[in-house]
Design a protein around this ligand. Structure first.
Ligand code: TRP
Length: 464
C-alpha cells in the first residue's frame, strides 16, 4: 500500500528516534575529524569555543530542522512545499536530496575501508608491521586495488540498503537501537584500554590542556564548521528523521539529547585514540593518517591490541553505517513521498545508482588518481562541493526560512506541541532559540560558507 498522509510510518518510540538521529550525527566526523581538530587547535580551549558554536548554530538549526520535518510530516522537498507559499523554496529541499545522494556515494567509500579493516584486524595483519611506513604501504596497497575498494563499497552499500529497505521502524529504528548502544560500549572499552596504558596522560594533556593562544578567527571558523557538520545539518537528514516523529513528542528535549550524545561520543573517541597514540610514543596525525596509518601500529604494540583493533574498526564501521542510512533515507523519502514509489524500488534503484556514482570516488585512490578537476581528484571534489558548499548553503537557507519566511510565530505554535512543560517552566529556552536563530545562526553559517568559497579573507581585507 502507498503511504498517505494518514498511514505514513512513524518511530515506534522516543528512544528510537533519539538513537537514529544520534546515529546520523555520530559518524566518521566524530571519530576521524573531531579528536584531531581538538588536539591541534588548543585542546580544552577549543572545546569551549566548540560548545559555544554548538549552542549558537548547532542546537538552534538542529531544532529548526527537526521541527520543520515534524510539522510537515514530509521529506525535505515536500516540507518546503507544504510550509511556504512561494514556489522557490522547495529547491532548498531538492538541493538536500541531491547532497544526500552525492554524500552517500563517497561516504560509503571511506566507510568501506572501515569495514575492510575489520577483516584486516581479524587476520592480525597489523602485527606484521615494523615501522609506520609498513602501515602506510599496507593501506596504499589496499586502496590502490580497485577490486578491494570497489568490493568494500559494494558490501557497505548492500548493508545500508538492507536496513533502509526494511522501513523506518523495522529497519532504521531497530538497527539504531542495536548499533548505537553497541557502539557506545565498544568505544568505552577502547577508552578504558587507552587510559590504563602507561604514559596515557600525554594524550590527555594533548586533548584537554587549554591553550588559549591557539584560539583565533580561524579556529572559530573550524569550530563552527565542525559543529555544523557533526550534527548532519543543512541537507534535511534531521528534517526527514523529524518527519517520522509524532506531534506528542518533545522536539526541544530530543534536540538536547542528540547533541549530548554526539558531543560525548566525540570526546570519548578523542580520549580513546590519543591516550593510546601517545602511550605508544607515536605522533598524532590527522584523518586517513591517524586512523589507517597510525592506529594499526598502536594496536599492534599494546597488550590486548588484537581485540582492541577489531573492536575499534567495528565501532568505526557502525558509526559510518548509521550515518549512511540517514543519507539513504533522505533520498528514499523523497521518492516515496513525492513520486509515490514503493520503498523497495526507491532503495534498490537509488542505492544502485549511488554505488555507480561512488565508483569514480573509489577509483580516485588508484586508476583515477591523476585525473584532477580544479586541482582535486573526483573524491575530493565531491567532498568539497557537498560538505563545504551545499551543506552550509542549505543550513543558511533553512535558518532564514524558519526565522524569516515561515516565521517564528508559526514555528513556536508547532514547537509547543509535546513541549508544553518547557514553555511553562523554562520559557527562556524558547526565547533564546528565537534570538539565536533569528540573529546569529544564519549569519555565522554564512561566514562558514564564505570561508569555504575563499571569499572571507578578501572581504575582511577590503573592509578592515
Ligand atoms: N555527521 C556525520 C559525521 O559526523 C557527517 C554528516 C554530515 C552526515 N552531514 C550528514 C551524515 C548528513 C549523514 C547525513 O560523520
Amino acid at each position: 500500500m502507498q503511504p498517505t498522509e494518514q498511514n505514513r510510518e512513524q518511530w515506534g518510540s522516543k528512544l528510537g528516534f533519539i538513537l537514529a538521529a544520534a546515529g546520523s550525527a555520530v559518524g566518521l566526523g566524530n571519530i576521524w575529524a573531531f579528536p584531531y581538530v581538538v588536539g591541534s587547535n588548543g585542546g580544552a580551549a577549543f572545546i569551549v569555543v566548540y560548545l559555544l558554536c554548538v549552542a549558537i548554530i548547532g542546537l538552534p538549526v538542529l531544532l529548526a530542522e527537526i521541527l520543520l520535518g515534524r510539522t510537515a510530516q514530509r521529506n525535505p522537498v515536500g516540507t518546503f512545499k507544504a510550509l511556504s507559499n512561494s514556489k522557490g523554496w522547495h529547491v532548498v529541499g531538492g538541493m538536500g536530496v541531491v547532497a544526500g545522494f552525492v554524500i552517500l556515494s563517497f561516504y560509503a567509500v571511506v566507510a568501506g575501508w572501515a569495514l575492510g579493516y575489520i577483516f584486516e584486524a581479524i587476520r592480525g595483519v597489523f602485527f606484521d608491521f615494523q615501522t609506520p611506513q609498513d602501515a602506510i604501504n599496507h593501506f596504499n596497497s589496499l586502496t590502490g586495488d580497485p577490486v578491494w575498494i570497489l568490493g568494500m563499497l559494494l558490501f557497505f552499500m548492500i548493508l545500508t540498503m538492507v536496513i533502509v529497505v526494511s522501513g523506518v521502524q523495522k529497519g532504521i529504528e531497530k538497527g539504531s537501537k542495536i548499533m548505537m548502544p553497541l557502539l557506545f560500549i565498544l568505544l568505552i572499552g577502547v577508552m578504558i584500554r587507552g587510559v590504563t596504558l602507561e604514559g596515557s596522560s600525554a594524550g590527555l594533556s594533548f586533548l584537554f590542556n587549554p591553550d588559549w593562544s591557539k584560539i583565533s578567527g580561524t579556529t572559530v571558523l573550524v569550530a563552527l564548521g565542525q559543529a555544523f557538520f557533526t550534527l548532519s545539518l543543512g541537507m534535511g537528514a534531521m528534517m526527514t528523521y523529524g518527519s517520522y516523529m509524532s506531534k506528542k513528542d518533545n522536539v526541544v528535549t530530543s534536540t538536547f539529547q542528540i547533541v549530548t550524545i554526539d558531543t560525548s561520543i566525540a570526546l570519548i573517541a578523542g580520549t580513546a585514540i590519543f591516550t593510546a597514540v601517545f602511550a605508544i610514543g607515536l605522533n598524532p596525525s590527522e584523518g586517513v593518517g591517524l586512523i589507517f596509518h597510525t592506529l594499526p601500529i598502536v594496536f599492534s604494540k599494546m597488550t590486548g591490541g588484537y581485540i582492541i583493533a577489531v573492536v575499534f574498526f567495528t565501532l568505526l564501521f557502525i558509526a559510518a553505517l548509521t550515518s549512511a542510512i540517514s543519507l539513504m533515507e533522505v533520498v528514499t523519502a523523497y521518492f516515496v513521498d513525492e513520486k509515490k514509489w514503493k520503498r523497495k524500488k526507491a532503495v534498490y534503484l537509488l542505492g544502485s545508482l549511488a554505488i555507480l556514482a561512488g565508483v569514480p570516488s573509489a577509483l580516485s585512490f588508484n586508476w583515477l588518481s591523476e585525473f584532477l578537476i580544479f586541482g582535486m581528484n573526483f573524491f575530493d571534489l565531491m567532498f568539497y562541493i557537498t560538505f563545504n558548499i551545499m551543506l552550509p548553503l542549505g543550513g543558511f537557507l533553512i535558518a532564514i526560512f524558519v526565522a524569516w519566511v515561515w516565521g517564528l510565530d508559526k514555528a513556536v505554535v508547532e514547537l509547543k506541541k509535546g513541549a508544553e512543560a518547557i514553555f511553562e517552566n523554562t520559557p527562556w529556552q524558547i526565547s533564546l532559540w528565537k534570538i539565536f536563530l533569528k540573529y546569529f545562526s544564519s549569519v555565522l553559517i554564512f561566514l562558514v560558507l564564505l570561508n569555504s568559497l575563499g571569499l572571507l579573507d578578501p572581504l575582511i581585507n577590503l573592509f578592515f
